[in-house]
Design a protein around this ligand. Structure first.
Ligand code: C5P
Length: 223
């Protein structure tokens, strides 16, 4: 792979987050971490100093500069913010839980014969938080959608103030927990690009090439 990110520092989130209810139960999601790990490997292969902040997942570890394991969204945000200062490019691939239980019980919750109501509170949006930093890096998000991909992804691109968003279809065996994927890349000026369905590792290389090209284009505009 061409060293298109040589000398650049990249931080990537990947995998799901687990939000604990008690010592044995948690709220999670079906993200395998495969796409994020493939993007981390592609960024490292492209020459970037790459920090992978990974939620709980079983993927083989990519050969990155460092991997930091986290469990919850709050832990993920803490580690991202600790490593974001000198970062040139941030890529949010993780399927961060939108909500966490309002309370985490220190002991196993017992059934008492009736229904149980679980109160959830919102997690912070890590990606939007990075994009709102005064000295923000080039910020790339993902949008996994079951329907109206372009419409929902465009809204996220704008609302979270991103430089680029990679949208993909999930559900019915697509997206999560499979080897192939396709991406639709959207940019704030209305440009779009489709990366056709292919193995996640080759798709990740294409994505990293596009990220590097767009990053350099914006750098040149500002010089
Ligand atoms: O809003 P939605 O969750 O669909 O946005 C997906 C994008 O935002 C992904 O890039 C994901 O990593 C990021 N995200 C985040 N923190 C959250 C929720 C989503 O970084 N709490």
């Amino acid at each position: 792979m061409n060293k298109v990110l040589q000398g650049k520092t990249v931080v990537i989130t990947a995998g799901p987050t687990y939000e604990d209810m008690d010592p044995v139960r948690f709220l999670g999601n079906r993200s395998s971490g495969r796409m994020g790990f493939a993007v981390a490997q592609a960024a490292a292969d492209a020459g970037a100093d790459t920090t992978l902040v990974a939620g709980p997942c079983q993927q083989e570890c990519p050969t990155v500069t460092q991997r930091i394991n986290v469990r919850s969204a709050l832990e993920m945000r803490e580690q991202v913010m600790l490593h974001i200062d000198d970062c040139d490019i941030f890529i949010g691939c993780a399927a961060v839980a939108d909500y966490r239980p309002a309370e985490t019980s220190e002991t196993k919750i017992k059934k008492d014969g009736g229904d149980l109501t679980l109160r959830l509170i919102q997690n912070p949006d890590i990606l939007a938080g990075v994009a709102a930093l005064p000295n923000r890096p080039f910020t790339v998000g993902f949008a996994a959608e079951t329907n109206d991909i372009e419409k929902h992804a465009l809204r996220k691109l704008r609302n979270k103030n991103l430089h680029m968003i990679a949208a993909n279809q999930v559900g019915n065996g697509r997206g999560f927990d499979c080897n192939d994927n396709a991406l639709l890349l959207l940019y704030p000026d209305g440009r779009q690009q489709s990366l056709p369905c292919q193995a996640k590792c080759s798709l990740a290389c294409r994505l990293v090439d596009e990220i590097a090209a767009e990053y350099k284009r914006l750098q040149q505009q500002h010089t």
